[in-house]
Design a protein around this ligand. Structure first.
Ligand SMILES: NC(=O)c1ccc[n+]([C@@H]2O[C@H](COP(=O)([O-])OP(=O)(O)OC[C@H]3O[C@@H](n4cnc5c(N)ncnc54)[C@H](O)[C@@H]3O)[C@@H](O)[C@H]2O)c1
Length: 440
């Protein structure tokens, strides 16, 4: 990891490191949040600061962020808060000098704390974020935003009214291979987008071990509707954001099916979802998540007229491959017994099997993953996102459009859930449109 990400991000370095081709306003219209990356003057301010910070929710993701914060010398974690003792104790081993709390409101009363990182289950994102912003804290809140579209809107309004910095944990916005991929798409290098197929497949029960049955809902909160929207809020929101980022617009409508197909173990959330999001120009983004087969892993396949982008794999492919020699086509036709069915003067025919095209790497040494980890992996943008937040909290400059990206992906995930629950086609409701992109 380049130190510029830890002691203050230089935008110039960031683009140079990932080999982005262009510069200036065109690029920043595709990644406006990177404007928050500092110039040299701000870097100096950030280095000289000690940003006092609290962690609220010290479970798996909270502890992952704490490890990254250890590398940022201008951040001092002074408070840890969790209402589950074992997690609070684990966190206290990482930051023994920090004060511990079980009630987040006591944390927010501490005047010296300028920023809070919220990594609680989804149902607590809205109340803790709004209370923290109203107490004048800068907030990093994990994705997705809230349990309901109304909750997402309330968070967005609280952010706008606060004048504070809000970041939501959508790390792909800072993942170098995604940034480069979006640049390639945006420049039209692989043509126009015709369709998007996004999916996240796993083969496990998505459960965590519980010490005794009374802790079931507390530990396995992802499986219960009171805390979570299941696959749509925990996984899909990351990928819906990628689709919108590529399209530079928001889908107009969504429909789909959700079921509990395999893991019939008392959970309340679907283990199997299939949806179609339709954009105004007719492009569809299909979304699938199944957690009883992992063969295809996870991906957002962005299908363009001249090529295909697979950002999770870190690869892209051009559509044009050398046509098969005439003799091969003839053999193919004989083997498939269709010789009599097509005229000699007609077009040649080859079976439409998937391309074997090996493609190109989006960037050198891209880090990729299988999608199985619930925590994160190195160089997926999480560290850069968090470093950018810390810097923004010092300089007081919110990152442009970052909350809006997260807002739309969160609301779209929830609308997808509603469409599946009610088995109907849902149009994006006007009351949830906020100024951004085609809804400006
Ligand atoms: N961006 C990513 O890729 C990514 C990856 C994993 C998790 N997450 C998100 O991080 C959040 C936490 O997920 P996790 O896997 O760490 O869950 P977790 O269950 O491991 O941790 C959540 C912690 O919050 C605590 N908590 C619950 N209510 C609280 C309250 N009122 N006050 C203080 N603490 C409270 C719990 O006791 C628990 O320790 C979720 O929103 C999840 O979606 C994001």
């Amino acid at each position: 990891m380049d130190n510029t990400f830890i002691n203050g991000i230089s935008r110039r370095d960031f683009f140079k490191n990932i080999g982005v081709l262009g510069s200036g306003s065109l690029l920043l219209s595709v990644f406006p949040w990177l404007q928050s990356c500092s110039d040299d003057e701000k870097k100096a301010i950030v280095k000289g600061e000690k940003l006092k910070m609290a962690i609220i929710g010290t479970g798996s993701r909270g502890q992952y962020h704490m490890q990254n914060l250890l590398k940022m010398p201008h951040v001092e974690v002074v408070a840890l808060c969790d209402n589950f003792e074992p997690h609070l104790k684990q966190a206290a081993k990482v930051y023994p000098q920090a004060k511990t709390y079980t009630d987040y409101r006591r944390v927010l009363e501490q005047n010296d704390i300028r920023a809070v990182l919220i990594a609680t289950p989804l149902n607590m994102h809205e109340p803790v974020t709004i209370d923290a912003l109203q107490e004048g804290k800068h907030v990093f809140c994990e994705k997705s935003m809230a349990l309901t579209p109304e909750g997402c809107l309330a968070m967005y309004k609280a952010y706008k009214n606060s004048g504070k910095v809000l970041y939501i944990g959508q790390q792909r916005l800072f993942d170098p291979k995604y940034i480069r991929a979006m640049e390639i798409i945006n420049k039209g290098i692989i043509g126009e987008i015709s369709g998007i197929r996004a999916y996240w497949f796993r083969n496990n029960d998505w459960r965590r071990p519980v010490p005794s049955p009374e802790w079931e809902r507390k530990i396995n909160w992802r499986l219960y509707k009171e805390f979570s929207g299941g696959l749509m809020t925990e996984l899909a929101t990351h990928q819906l954001q990628v689709g919108n980022w590529a399209m530079r617009m928001i889908p107009e409508s969504v429909t789909g099916y959700g079921d509990i197909v395999y893991w019939k173990d008392g959970r309340e959330v679907y283990d199997n979802v299939s949806l179609i999001y339709r954009y105004a120009n007719g492009v569809k983004m299909t979304y699938e998540s199944i957690i009883s087969n992992k063969f295809f892993g996870l991906e957002e396949e962005i299908l363009c007229t001249k090529g295909t982008m697979e950002p999770e794999k870190g690869k892209y492919y051009f559509e044009e491959v050398q046509p098969a020699p005439g003799i091969m086509q003839l053999i193919n036709q004989i083997e498939h017994g269709i010789f009599d069915h097509i005229s000699f003067a007609g077009p040649s025919w080859v079976p439409e099997t998937a391309s074997k095209n090996a493609g190109y790497f989006i960037i050198e040494n891209a880090s990729t993953h299988t999608g199985e980890s619930s925590v994160g992996f190195a160089d997926d943008g999480s560290e850069q996102l968090l470093a950018s937040f810390c810097e923004a909290a010092v300089t007081g400059r919110p990152a442009e459009c970052l909350v809006e990206e997260a807002y739309y992906s969160s609301v779209l995930g929830l609308l997808g859930l509603q469409a599946m629950d009610e088995q109907r086609i849902l149009a994006f409701p006007n009351e949830y449109k906020i100024p951004y992109l085609n809804f400006a």
